[in-house]
Ligand binder design. Structure first.
Ligand code: PHE
Length: 360
């Protein structure tokens, strides 16, 4: 029996001191394995007297259970400690603020183009596109501006060079987005409802003119579209775009070769302390040209003017961007000055929408 006490001390101390699972397994084999010390002692029970066998057997079983329990307990403690260690190592403060990443900003022209597109999409207008290098026919003739027409001079057109001996009229950098009217009608026919945002070019440069700028064309053709529809669409657009409860538009009789009748549209505004306010006041600001599409334009695009009619308008995107966001000089739009872009730019993550807010 003395031997058993020594064994007990040896193994329980060994278990307590074991540093990992491998050491525990060695101890288990040494004590309880097939050739372990306890197992060997069990085997000796056969040569004992029945009385001896009873007391020694019971003591051995007790010792075996004790060592087994100690082994299990230590094993659990080791794996708890391992888990604690891992949790400590992988600890992460999820309340720390994120590291801001500079992602660049959205240019005001892109922002406003998105805003305009979102508003007209909401009114059922799809987006149409056309090339920036345009043929003389699409940019002028098809829009009822024949070669000798004075409007050709007013456009300050950039001409592309033709090869030597090629006497066809040169291509041009499109002077407006109106050629997309022709392309869209020729491709889709009528009825049609599209806007066409994009770059246009004219030889001009001062505080409010740059040789390249942006327009958005609007076109709605159906059997019974009138100036009243044009007025409603433009009012609805301006109210939503300028994010004011009420706007007042003034239609001024004007002339464009591709519309009849034609109107330039002004919006009511005020200049208080150099601050422009849209919606109220006693000043007017011109924002676009418009009118009922000329029958000759419909014909040029393969749409029968006896059956179809509608309105068109053309608006300067840079101009309405300046008005809405208080940007005084158009030339800054195209200087790629990072300080200006960061000041006037918009977050890439704010997608303008009519329901979610245009500019926030
Ligand atoms: N294309 C005209 C311009 O650039 C604008 C316009 C478009 C006017 C459509 C009437 C209809 O000035």
């Amino acid at each position: 029996m003395d031997g058993l006490d020594a064994l007990k001390r040896k193994y329980l101390e060994g278990v307590a001191a074991a540093g990992d699972e491998a050491a525990l397994e060695d101890l288990r084999l040494a004590a309880l394995g097939k050739k372990g010390e306890i197992s060997l002692k069990m085997r000796e029970l056969g040569q004992m007297t029945p009385e001896q066998r009873q007391t020694t057997g019971a003591a051995l079983n007790l010792l075996k259970d004790e060592i087994d329990a100690a082994l299990r307990g230590k094993k659990a403690a080791l794996s708890d400690a391992a888990l604690d260690e891992r949790l400590r190592a992988e600890w992460l403060d999820v309340t720390l603020p994120g590291r801001p990443r500079r992602m660049g900003t959205i240019h005001p022209v892109s922002q406003v183009t998105e805003e305009v597109t979102a508003i007209f999409a909401d009114m059922g207008f799809a987006v149409a596109e056309g090339p920036q290098i345009e043929s003389d026919w699409f940019n002028f003739d098809a829009l009822n501006i024949p070669p000798e027409h004075p409007a050709r001079q007013e456009h300050d057109t950039f001409f592309m060079a033709r090869g030597a001996g090629d006497n066809r009229p040169p291509h041009v950098l499109r002077t407006h987005t109106s050629p997309v009217q022709i392309r869209a009608m020729a491709a889709q026919g009528a009825p049609i409802r599209v806007i066409a945002p994009g770059r246009v070019y004219r030889m001009d440069m001062d505080q409010t003119h740059t040789p390249m700028f942006h327009q958005v064309e609007g076109l709605a053709i159906d059997r019974d579209i009138s100036m009243a529809n044009l007025k409603w669409v433009l009012e609805e657009f301006c109210r939503t775009y300028f994010e004011v409860p009420e706007v007042e538009l003034r239609f001024r009789a004007s002339h464009f070769p591709f519309t009849e009748p034609s109107a330039e549209v002004d919006i009511r505004c005020s200049w208080e302390g150099g601050q422009l306010k849209i919606g109220q006041g006693d000043s007017w600001m011109e924002i676009l040209g418009s009118g009922m599409v000329h029958p000759k334009v419909l014909s040029a695009a393969g749409v029968d003017p006896a059956e179809w009619q509608g309105f068109a308008f053309g608006m300067g995107i840079d101009r309405i961007a300046m008005l809405k966001y208080g940007i005084p000089d158009l030339r800054a739009f195209f200087e790629s000055d990072l300080r200006w872009l960061r000041h006037y730019g918009f977050s890439a993550l704010d997608m303008p929408s009519v329901f979610g807010g245009l500019s926030r």
